[in-house]
Design a protein around this ligand. Structure first.
Ligand code: CP
Length: 315
């Protein structure tokens, strides 16, 4: 595998998930695979889980790790072709990507959506530019429109915790005071479309995700109806796709409460984190026995490690 840009780069989901679960028994079994190889991790946005879990995965594989917070520390990058660079940008991505490729064997990048220009965000300019100009494999650590490491983690976690062959999984929008990207939700939707699950999306009207992502997945605008008989409730806020980047409705009534979870099939609660307690979800739910958020965070390491293993076998 050359790059891990989206979950479409997974050639066999079942195998990857089973490999990740097996890896947990002996995470350093493949330590020789990454010896004398270096991963460079470029962050244009903050992170806790992605940064530490990907580093941990690389260390489990014997790799060296270089981390750079690009915003404020790197030169501001130009992406336009033929731009006369007499304004704010100092370095073109053409050079930057090739330069990083001199020091590293694998590159991982986090670059969130700006939420101002939908076409620009969904063009995935930053990730696609690095993929185009770098001479080494590139891993998406959350881009404008996707978070495939998180989605692989979620597939692993659901597989580990499901009690029926085909669980009902609900992706529910929840309120948030800030406009957030659709990246996590997009990749989760794509992942559930690949898994054997009865999958339903629920959100207030106006928050429809991109039609090319949702496809024919069932969407229910009534949260209570969607939660009925659910085995997993996966919660995420996102800003509007149609009225792009806007918060249309503070939607406090969409917060996840213990009462709402009572209406499920004793569902597990999932969230990628970070989460705003008592805005997105009540303490009683996230502190309850059915919350899987820490197990998800733990699985981030194994998702990243599977991706790195696949890539290291090709470099
Ligand atoms: N879930 C996730 O990607 O967490 P971070 O933003 O902390 O990396």
């Amino acid at each position: 595998m050359k790059n891990y840009f989206s979950i479409q780069d997974i050639d066999s989901l079942d195998h990857w998930v089973q490999e990740a679960i097996a890896l947990k028994k002996d995470p350093i079994a493949n330590k020789a695979l990454g010896t004398d190889k270096t991963i460079g991790m470029l962050f244009f946005n903050p992170s806790l889980r992605t940064r530490l879990s990907t580093q941990k995965a690389a260390l489990n594989l014997g790799m060296n790790v270089i981390v750079m917070n690009f915003n404020g520390e790197g030169w501001s990058l130009e992406y336009g072709d033929g731009t006369i660079m007499d304004q704010g940008t100092s370095e073109h991505v053409k050079e930057a990507a090739q330069v990083v490729s001199q020091y590293c064997d694998v590159l991982a990048i986090r670059a969130f959506a700006g939420l101002k220009d939908r076409e620009d965000d969904y063009s995935e300019k930053v990730l696609h530019s690095f993929i185009e100009y770098a001479t080494i494999p590139v891993i998406n650590m959350e881009s404008s429109a996707g978070h495939p490491l998180q989605a692989l983690t979620d597939a692993i976690t659901i597989t580990e915790h499901k009690t029926v062959a085909r669980p009902k999984v609900v992706l529910s929008w929840a309120p948030h005071p800030k406009a957030l990207p659709q990246a996590v939700s997009n990749s989760f939707v794509e992942m559930m479309q690949k898994m054997d699950a009865e999958f339903v999306i629920t959100h207030p009207e106006g928050y429809d995700l991109a039609p090319h992502i949702v496809g024919d997945t069932k969407v229910v605008y009534n949260q209570k109806e969607a939660f009925a008989a659910a085995d997993f409730i996966y919660v995420k806020n996102w800003s509007a796709y149609t009225d792009y980047g806007k918060i249309l409705n503070t939607g406090a009534e969409w917060k996840i409460t213990a009462d709402k979870m009572e209406g499920t099939n004793d569902a597990k609660f999932m969230h990628c984190l970070p989460v705003r307690r008592n805005v997105v979800v009540d303490d009683a739910v996230i502190d309850g026995d059915n919350a899987l958020v820490i197990q998800q965070a733990n699985n981030r390491t194994y998702a990243a490690q599977i991706v790195l293993q696949k890539i290291l076998k090709t470099v």
